[in-house]
Ligand binder design. Structure first.
Ligand code: NAP
Length: 253
Protein backbone atom coordinates (compact mmCIF):
# COMPACT_ATOMS: atom_id res chain seq x y z
CA UNK A 1 0.00 0.00 0.00
CA UNK A 2 1.34 3.40 -0.89
CA UNK A 3 0.60 6.65 0.89
CA UNK A 4 -0.76 8.22 -2.27
CA UNK A 5 -4.39 7.37 -1.57
CA UNK A 6 -6.64 7.26 1.45
CA UNK A 7 -7.26 4.03 3.27
CA UNK A 8 -10.98 4.30 3.86
CA UNK A 9 -13.50 1.54 3.21
CA UNK A 10 -17.28 1.42 3.08
CA UNK A 11 -19.08 -1.85 3.82
CA UNK A 12 -22.85 -2.06 3.32
CA UNK A 13 -25.02 -4.46 5.29
CA UNK A 14 -22.37 -4.30 8.01
CA UNK A 15 -24.64 -4.69 11.05
CA UNK A 16 -24.28 -8.46 11.15
CA UNK A 17 -23.27 -11.60 9.31
CA UNK A 18 -20.82 -11.39 6.42
CA UNK A 19 -20.79 -7.58 6.32
CA UNK A 20 -19.88 -7.28 10.00
CA UNK A 21 -17.01 -9.76 9.53
CA UNK A 22 -15.75 -7.84 6.48
CA UNK A 23 -15.82 -4.55 8.42
CA UNK A 24 -13.84 -6.10 11.30
CA UNK A 25 -11.29 -7.62 8.93
CA UNK A 26 -10.75 -4.38 6.99
CA UNK A 27 -10.34 -2.50 10.29
CA UNK A 28 -7.72 -5.09 11.31
CA UNK A 29 -6.04 -4.48 7.95
CA UNK A 30 -5.73 -0.80 8.89
CA UNK A 31 -8.66 0.71 7.02
CA UNK A 32 -10.92 3.34 8.54
CA UNK A 33 -14.33 1.78 7.96
CA UNK A 34 -17.77 3.24 7.29
CA UNK A 35 -20.27 0.60 8.37
CA UNK A 36 -23.61 1.15 6.60
CA UNK A 37 -26.87 -0.69 7.23
CA UNK A 38 -30.64 -0.33 7.60
CA UNK A 39 -29.96 -1.27 11.22
CA UNK A 40 -28.40 1.98 12.44
CA UNK A 41 -28.02 0.83 16.05
CA UNK A 42 -26.27 -2.33 14.86
CA UNK A 43 -23.67 -0.50 12.77
CA UNK A 44 -23.08 2.10 15.49
CA UNK A 45 -22.33 -0.75 17.88
CA UNK A 46 -20.01 -2.40 15.32
CA UNK A 47 -18.19 0.88 14.77
CA UNK A 48 -17.80 1.43 18.52
CA UNK A 49 -16.26 -2.02 18.88
CA UNK A 50 -13.71 -1.19 16.16
CA UNK A 51 -12.92 2.17 17.78
CA UNK A 52 -12.52 0.62 21.22
CA UNK A 53 -10.07 -1.83 19.65
CA UNK A 54 -7.95 1.10 18.43
CA UNK A 55 -9.35 1.43 14.90
CA UNK A 56 -11.31 4.16 13.11
CA UNK A 57 -14.94 3.63 12.15
CA UNK A 58 -18.39 5.20 11.95
CA UNK A 59 -21.81 3.58 11.66
CA UNK A 60 -24.39 5.13 9.33
CA UNK A 61 -28.02 4.08 8.91
CA UNK A 62 -29.42 3.97 5.36
CA UNK A 63 -31.40 2.05 2.81
CA UNK A 64 -28.85 1.35 0.06
CA UNK A 65 -31.57 1.33 -2.59
CA UNK A 66 -32.47 4.96 -1.81
CA UNK A 67 -30.34 7.27 -3.97
CA UNK A 68 -30.41 10.26 -1.60
CA UNK A 69 -29.56 8.14 1.44
CA UNK A 70 -26.75 6.34 -0.39
CA UNK A 71 -25.21 9.61 -1.58
CA UNK A 72 -25.55 11.22 1.86
CA UNK A 73 -23.90 8.21 3.53
CA UNK A 74 -20.93 8.26 1.14
CA UNK A 75 -20.54 12.01 1.70
CA UNK A 76 -20.62 11.50 5.47
CA UNK A 77 -17.92 8.84 5.32
CA UNK A 78 -15.78 11.09 3.10
CA UNK A 79 -16.18 14.02 5.51
CA UNK A 80 -15.61 12.08 8.73
CA UNK A 81 -13.06 9.43 7.71
CA UNK A 82 -11.66 10.59 4.37
CA UNK A 83 -12.36 9.75 0.73
CA UNK A 84 -13.54 6.13 0.44
CA UNK A 85 -11.33 4.16 -1.94
CA UNK A 86 -12.82 0.76 -1.08
CA UNK A 87 -16.50 -0.16 -1.44
CA UNK A 88 -17.96 -3.53 -0.52
CA UNK A 89 -21.55 -3.91 -1.75
CA UNK A 90 -22.73 -6.56 0.69
CA UNK A 91 -26.23 -5.52 1.84
CA UNK A 92 -28.75 -8.10 0.78
CA UNK A 93 -32.13 -9.66 1.40
CA UNK A 94 -33.99 -12.77 0.31
CA UNK A 95 -37.71 -13.02 -0.48
CA UNK A 96 -37.88 -16.63 -1.65
CA UNK A 97 -40.79 -18.20 -3.49
CA UNK A 98 -41.48 -20.31 -6.53
CA UNK A 99 -42.03 -18.29 -9.69
CA UNK A 100 -45.79 -18.86 -9.84
CA UNK A 101 -46.23 -17.61 -6.27
CA UNK A 102 -43.75 -14.73 -6.33
CA UNK A 103 -45.25 -11.27 -5.92
CA UNK A 104 -44.18 -8.13 -7.77
CA UNK A 105 -43.19 -6.69 -4.39
CA UNK A 106 -40.82 -9.56 -3.60
CA UNK A 107 -39.25 -9.32 -7.06
CA UNK A 108 -38.80 -5.54 -6.78
CA UNK A 109 -37.49 -5.64 -3.20
CA UNK A 110 -34.70 -8.10 -3.99
CA UNK A 111 -33.69 -6.48 -7.28
CA UNK A 112 -33.87 -3.08 -5.53
CA UNK A 113 -31.49 -3.87 -2.68
CA UNK A 114 -28.92 -5.92 -4.60
CA UNK A 115 -28.84 -4.29 -8.02
CA UNK A 116 -30.15 -0.76 -7.53
CA UNK A 117 -28.40 -0.58 -4.16
CA UNK A 118 -25.04 -1.60 -5.59
CA UNK A 119 -25.54 0.75 -8.52
CA UNK A 120 -26.34 3.88 -6.52
CA UNK A 121 -23.67 3.13 -3.90
CA UNK A 122 -21.01 2.58 -6.55
CA UNK A 123 -22.00 5.65 -8.54
CA UNK A 124 -21.74 7.74 -5.38
CA UNK A 125 -18.39 6.26 -4.28
CA UNK A 126 -16.52 5.98 -7.59
CA UNK A 127 -15.63 9.67 -7.82
CA UNK A 128 -13.56 9.33 -4.65
CA UNK A 129 -11.65 6.45 -6.25
CA UNK A 130 -11.15 7.89 -9.71
CA UNK A 131 -10.09 11.19 -8.09
CA UNK A 132 -7.26 9.36 -6.32
CA UNK A 133 -6.49 7.06 -9.26
CA UNK A 134 -6.93 4.06 -6.93
CA UNK A 135 -9.91 2.05 -5.84
CA UNK A 136 -11.29 -1.38 -5.04
CA UNK A 137 -14.91 -2.45 -5.45
CA UNK A 138 -16.13 -5.84 -4.25
CA UNK A 139 -19.69 -6.99 -4.89
CA UNK A 140 -21.35 -9.89 -3.10
CA UNK A 141 -22.81 -12.29 -5.65
CA UNK A 142 -23.78 -15.88 -4.73
CA UNK A 143 -23.67 -19.43 -6.00
CA UNK A 144 -27.41 -18.84 -6.49
CA UNK A 145 -26.40 -16.83 -9.58
CA UNK A 146 -26.09 -20.25 -11.26
CA UNK A 147 -29.77 -20.92 -10.54
CA UNK A 148 -31.57 -21.94 -7.36
CA UNK A 149 -35.09 -23.26 -6.95
CA UNK A 150 -37.30 -20.76 -5.13
CA UNK A 151 -34.94 -17.84 -5.70
CA UNK A 152 -35.87 -16.48 -9.13
CA UNK A 153 -35.50 -12.90 -7.86
CA UNK A 154 -32.31 -13.48 -5.85
CA UNK A 155 -30.56 -15.56 -8.51
CA UNK A 156 -31.37 -12.93 -11.16
CA UNK A 157 -29.99 -10.20 -8.90
CA UNK A 158 -26.84 -12.15 -8.05
CA UNK A 159 -26.20 -13.02 -11.73
CA UNK A 160 -26.85 -9.38 -12.58
CA UNK A 161 -24.18 -8.33 -10.10
CA UNK A 162 -21.65 -10.40 -12.02
CA UNK A 163 -22.32 -8.43 -15.23
CA UNK A 164 -22.33 -5.21 -13.20
CA UNK A 165 -18.90 -6.13 -11.78
CA UNK A 166 -17.37 -6.93 -15.16
CA UNK A 167 -18.61 -3.66 -16.63
CA UNK A 168 -17.24 -1.69 -13.68
CA UNK A 169 -13.88 -3.37 -14.26
CA UNK A 170 -13.91 -2.32 -17.92
CA UNK A 171 -15.04 1.28 -17.28
CA UNK A 172 -12.93 2.05 -14.21
CA UNK A 173 -9.71 0.15 -14.88
CA UNK A 174 -7.98 3.11 -16.46
CA UNK A 175 -8.50 5.06 -13.24
CA UNK A 176 -6.67 2.46 -11.15
CA UNK A 177 -9.92 0.98 -9.87
CA UNK A 178 -10.56 -2.78 -9.81
CA UNK A 179 -13.94 -4.46 -9.40
CA UNK A 180 -14.51 -8.07 -8.45
CA UNK A 181 -17.34 -10.22 -7.18
CA UNK A 182 -17.34 -12.89 -4.51
CA UNK A 183 -19.92 -15.64 -4.89
CA UNK A 184 -20.28 -17.37 -1.53
CA UNK A 185 -21.81 -20.78 -1.11
CA UNK A 186 -23.60 -21.58 2.14
CA UNK A 187 -22.42 -19.24 4.91
CA UNK A 188 -23.72 -19.55 8.45
CA UNK A 189 -25.59 -16.27 9.11
CA UNK A 190 -29.06 -15.04 10.03
CA UNK A 191 -29.92 -15.17 6.32
CA UNK A 192 -29.35 -18.93 6.11
CA UNK A 193 -30.90 -19.43 9.57
CA UNK A 194 -34.04 -17.79 8.20
CA UNK A 195 -34.01 -20.19 5.23
CA UNK A 196 -33.86 -23.18 7.62
CA UNK A 197 -36.72 -21.73 9.64
CA UNK A 198 -38.83 -21.20 6.50
CA UNK A 199 -38.23 -24.84 5.55
CA UNK A 200 -39.13 -25.96 9.09
CA UNK A 201 -35.73 -27.60 9.70
CA UNK A 202 -33.62 -26.93 12.86
CA UNK A 203 -30.61 -24.83 11.80
CA UNK A 204 -28.07 -27.32 13.17
CA UNK A 205 -29.64 -30.16 11.14
CA UNK A 206 -29.85 -27.94 8.07
CA UNK A 207 -26.15 -27.02 8.32
CA UNK A 208 -25.12 -30.65 8.87
CA UNK A 209 -27.06 -31.76 5.78
CA UNK A 210 -25.56 -28.96 3.66
CA UNK A 211 -22.03 -29.68 4.94
CA UNK A 212 -22.23 -33.30 3.79
CA UNK A 213 -22.58 -32.03 0.19
CA UNK A 214 -19.62 -29.61 0.40
CA UNK A 215 -16.18 -31.02 -0.51
CA UNK A 216 -14.47 -29.47 2.55
CA UNK A 217 -17.27 -30.97 4.68
CA UNK A 218 -18.29 -27.84 6.52
CA UNK A 219 -20.45 -24.80 5.94
CA UNK A 220 -18.84 -21.42 5.44
CA UNK A 221 -18.30 -18.77 8.09
CA UNK A 222 -18.48 -14.99 7.55
CA UNK A 223 -14.70 -14.84 8.07
CA UNK A 224 -14.19 -17.09 5.02
CA UNK A 225 -15.63 -14.29 2.88
CA UNK A 226 -13.91 -11.48 4.80
CA UNK A 227 -10.51 -13.08 4.11
CA UNK A 228 -11.13 -13.01 0.35
CA UNK A 229 -12.33 -9.39 0.50
CA UNK A 230 -9.13 -8.55 2.37
CA UNK A 231 -7.08 -9.90 -0.52
CA UNK A 232 -9.18 -8.34 -3.30
CA UNK A 233 -8.90 -4.84 -1.79
CA UNK A 234 -5.16 -5.15 -1.17
CA UNK A 235 -2.44 -3.41 -3.13
CA UNK A 236 -1.22 -6.79 -4.36
CA UNK A 237 -4.55 -7.61 -6.05
CA UNK A 238 -4.24 -4.73 -8.52
CA UNK A 239 -4.11 -7.01 -11.58
CA UNK A 240 -7.21 -8.98 -10.58
CA UNK A 241 -10.31 -7.32 -12.00
CA UNK A 242 -13.70 -8.30 -13.39
CA UNK A 243 -13.51 -11.71 -11.74
CA UNK A 244 -16.05 -13.76 -9.85
CA UNK A 245 -14.46 -15.74 -7.03
CA UNK A 246 -16.63 -18.64 -5.86
CA UNK A 247 -16.01 -19.20 -2.16
CA UNK A 248 -18.02 -22.31 -1.51
CA UNK A 249 -15.76 -25.03 -0.10
CA UNK A 250 -15.56 -26.70 -3.48
CA UNK A 251 -15.86 -26.08 -7.20
CA UNK A 252 -19.66 -26.24 -7.43
CA UNK A 253 -22.56 -24.41 -5.88
P1 NAP B 1 -27.70 -11.03 6.66
O1 NAP B 1 -27.20 -11.73 7.89
O2 NAP B 1 -29.16 -11.08 6.38
O3 NAP B 1 -27.20 -9.51 6.73
C1 NAP B 1 -27.54 -8.63 5.70
C2 NAP B 1 -27.47 -7.22 6.24
O4 NAP B 1 -27.84 -6.33 5.17
C3 NAP B 1 -28.44 -6.98 7.39
O5 NAP B 1 -27.80 -6.31 8.45
C4 NAP B 1 -29.51 -6.12 6.74
O6 NAP B 1 -30.11 -5.19 7.60
C5 NAP B 1 -28.73 -5.38 5.69
N1 NAP B 1 -29.61 -4.83 4.67
C6 NAP B 1 -30.63 -5.43 4.05
N2 NAP B 1 -31.24 -4.60 3.21
C7 NAP B 1 -30.59 -3.41 3.30
C8 NAP B 1 -30.77 -2.16 2.67
N3 NAP B 1 -31.75 -1.92 1.79
N4 NAP B 1 -29.93 -1.15 3.01
C9 NAP B 1 -28.96 -1.35 3.92
N5 NAP B 1 -28.75 -2.52 4.54
C10 NAP B 1 -29.55 -3.55 4.23
O7 NAP B 1 -27.00 -11.59 5.34
P2 NAP B 1 -25.58 -12.31 5.10
O8 NAP B 1 -25.83 -13.76 5.11
O9 NAP B 1 -24.54 -11.71 5.97
O10 NAP B 1 -25.33 -11.90 3.58
C11 NAP B 1 -24.51 -10.79 3.18
C12 NAP B 1 -24.42 -10.77 1.66
O11 NAP B 1 -23.87 -12.01 1.21
C13 NAP B 1 -25.76 -10.62 0.96
O12 NAP B 1 -25.60 -9.86 -0.20
C14 NAP B 1 -26.11 -12.03 0.61
O13 NAP B 1 -27.02 -12.09 -0.47
C15 NAP B 1 -24.75 -12.59 0.27
N6 NAP B 1 -24.67 -14.05 0.35
C16 NAP B 1 -24.91 -14.71 1.53
C17 NAP B 1 -24.83 -16.09 1.57
C18 NAP B 1 -25.07 -16.88 2.82
O14 NAP B 1 -25.03 -18.13 2.75
N7 NAP B 1 -25.30 -16.27 3.97
C19 NAP B 1 -24.49 -16.81 0.41
C20 NAP B 1 -24.25 -16.10 -0.77
C21 NAP B 1 -24.34 -14.72 -0.78
P3 NAP B 1 -31.44 -5.54 8.44
O15 NAP B 1 -31.04 -6.56 9.41
O16 NAP B 1 -31.83 -4.27 9.09
O17 NAP B 1 -32.42 -6.04 7.44
Amino acid sequence: MTDSHSRVAIVTGAARGIGAAIARKLADDGFAVGLLDLDEAGVKQGAEAIVSGGGKAIGVGLDVSNTEQAEAAVTRVAEELGAPTVLVNNAGITRDNLLFKMSDQDWDAVIGVHLRGSFVMTRAAQKHMTGQKWGRIVNLSSTSALGNRGQINYSAAKAGLQGFTKTLAIELGKFGVTANAIAPGFIETEMTAATAERLGVPFEDFKAAVAREIPVQRVGRPEDIANVVSFLVSEGAGFVSGQVVYVAGGPKA
